[in-house]
Design a protein around this ligand. Structure first.
Ligand code: MSP
Length: 525
């Protein structure tokens, strides 16, 4: 049976345009999906929008719309962005869809019947934008520890989920499943900050607003937006519905990707809800850090917000995706700056990748009239070294990617690109051609084309169009020379025609002008 790979992103708050930071999770999920798909696995990717709660109710009112009108418009905007970013999701769930709401109600009733939910009274300090209650000691300088805004005292009759009942099981699970939380320090953080101080039972209903899923047996209560939202990963697959074929096939998820701000919900409450439903837990939950600006978080008031559309329209999708993935170490924050973006473009994409392709295509044209030479010889020292290096880099790349060190995995590909460029300088094809060393020259051209083919396959999950463009320029048409398996081989015999004069895939930018362009665009946001 083929391996399967189910990857999810958090579902987004539909409260405006997504900046490049928020797009990061989804670009990463899409890249992981494409990687597994390229390996021949049966993949499924889920994304969507988190559409209930007081904040949405208020936003819709401000916009003079019903909440449903408001969230539908936002979901449409999100889908347009994902189309522009070439995100290959298989399903988009809106939590206001009936398929979701009905099942959330069923889940609530199951918890009630099991005695995991009880009725009590909640009193606490509430952050409206985060829809979260805090205790006095959790506040930072008297304000919400997550967003830094004012909290207000609130009291209401509410249902609670008995988290304490599951704490020991959760800790044992953490212990026995080292792959469950990545990076591992997030686990320590959860234990130290939330579990050791004593995990409170979670208040899971509200009566202070209306826009949410009602408790069927007590409809003045609305189900807490996090219990509602988290279950989307199950409801989208048809869990507890008449047709649960997708659920049977794909659950448990192989990878769930979330930003650090929502780690607590995914690493503590989510696994406990799953345990209460007697369901297996996702194999890995990957928590990534944030993309920051030099002056801190991106925010409209600081005038430092950058939207993906700005970069895509001017520099193309692949340069934008590359930057996001390359600049983000995952376990630490990554930084966006106009200078860094242009530098990555000019150095990594133009100097390294684009030049390697251009030099190779023009040499094959010049020395062999555009036909990749057939090569049946024995590799000499330099060729052998290149072959071994390439083999090693592919292994390094996969090791890093499978540990979700995304930026480092891209670095391994770029090491291969640099090494291949160096191979041109070392073998000096121009000298070989003068000396009429035809066999050696053939071998060099063959190895360059083969390395470009490998590089194209390696970058394909991240930069699909660029990869296709490279394969087209080097004349590789056969599907079996474009799949993951074919990374293992060095046996293409050549004979194919390269593009006569390929367009450079990335052209050098005027750094000063472009930095200024991005700065202006950020001011305009
Ligand atoms: N609706 C909740 C998730 C519910 S999941 C059951 C939510 N939505 S969000 O729209 O606010 O955030 C979506 C994702 O974007 C989160 O993973 C969040 O961490 C991520 N990011 C928000 N700003 C970010 C950066 N500046 N950088 C990287 N990721 C960022 O949270």
């Amino acid at each position: 049976m083929k391996n399967k790979f189910y990857v999810t992103t958090p579902i987004y708050y539909p409260s405006g345009r997504f900046h490049i930071g928020t797009a990061y999770t989804t670009v990463l999920a899409d890249s992981m999906k494409r990687y597994h798909k390229l390996k021949g696995e049966d993949t499924y990717m889920l994304t969507g929008t988190d559409e209930h709660g007081q904040k949405i109710e208020e936003k819709a009112k401000e916009a003079g719309q019903t909440p449903k009108e408001y969230v539908d418009k936002m979901a449409k905007m999100a889908k347009e962005l994902w189309a522009k970013m070439n995100i290959q999701y298989d399903d988009y769930i809106q939590t206001t869809e009936e398929r979701h709401e009905k099942i959330v109600q069923k889940i609530f009733e199951i918890f009630l019947e099991k005695g995991d939910i009880y009725k009590g009274e909640y009193e606490g300090l509430y952050c409206v934008p985060c829809e979260t209650y805090f205790t006095q000691s959790q506040l930072v300088e008297g304000k919400c520890p997550d967003c830094g805004r004012e909290v207000i005292p609130m009291k209401e009759e509410a249902y609670f989920f008995n988290m304490k009942k599951y704490v020991d099981r959760l800790l044992a699970y953490y212990d026995e499943h080292p792959d469950f939380i990545k990076p591992a320090f997030r686990k320590t953080e959860m234990i130290k900050n939330f579990i050791e101080p004593g995990l409170e039972d979670l208040c899971i209903t509200r009566t202070s607003f209306d826009w949410g899923i009602k408790v069927p047996s007590d409809p003045k209560h609305v189900i807490y937006v996090w219990l509602d939202a988290l279950t989307n990963y199950l409801t989208a697959l048809g869990y507890l519905s008449d047709d649960d074929a997708l659920f049977q096939k794909y659950w448990p998820a192989d990878l769930q990707i979330v930003g650090k701000d929502i780690a607590r919900f995914h690493l503590i409450y989510w696994p406990i809800f799953l345990m209460a439903l007697d369901l297996p837990l996702p194999k890995t939950i990957l928590v990534h850090n944030w993309i920051m600006m030099k002056d801190g978080k991106m925010s409209k008031s600081k005038g430092n917000v950058i939207y993906p559309e700005t970069l895509i329209d001017r520099y193309g999708l692949d340069a934008t995706r590359y930057f996001l993935l390359r600049e983000m170490p995952v376990a630490q924050d990554g930084f966006f700056s106009p200078e860094a973006f242009i530098e990555r473009y000019n150095f990594d994409l133009c100097n390294d990748l684009s030049n390697l392709l251009n030099r190779t295509v023009s040499m094959v044209n010049k020395y062999f009239e555009g036909i990749v030479p057939t090569y049946n010889g024995t590799p000499n020292e330099a060729d052998k070294e290149l072959e071994e290096y390439s083999e090693k880099q592919i292994v390094e790349f996969e090791n890093k990617l499978n540990e979700y060190e995304i930026a480092n995995s891209l670095q391994e590909i770029w090491n291969l690109i640099s090494r291949t460029n160096k191979y041109i300088d070392e073998t000096m094809p121009w000298a070989l051609s003068k000396e009429e060393e035809t066999e050696k020259l053939k071998s060099v051209m063959y190895h360059l084309i083969e390395n470009l083919r490998k590089i194209a396959i390696l970058i394909k999950p991240f930069m699909n169009d660029t990869a296709d463009n490279i394969l087209r320029q080097i004349g590789v048409k056969e599907a079996n020379l474009q799949n993951w398996e074919s990374l293992k081989i060095y046996d293409k015999n050549g004979g194919q025609k390269v593009i006569e004069k390929g367009e450079p895939i990335f052209m050098r930018l005027n750094a000063e002008e472009e930095v200024e362009f991005i700065k202006q665009a950020m001011k305009g946001n």
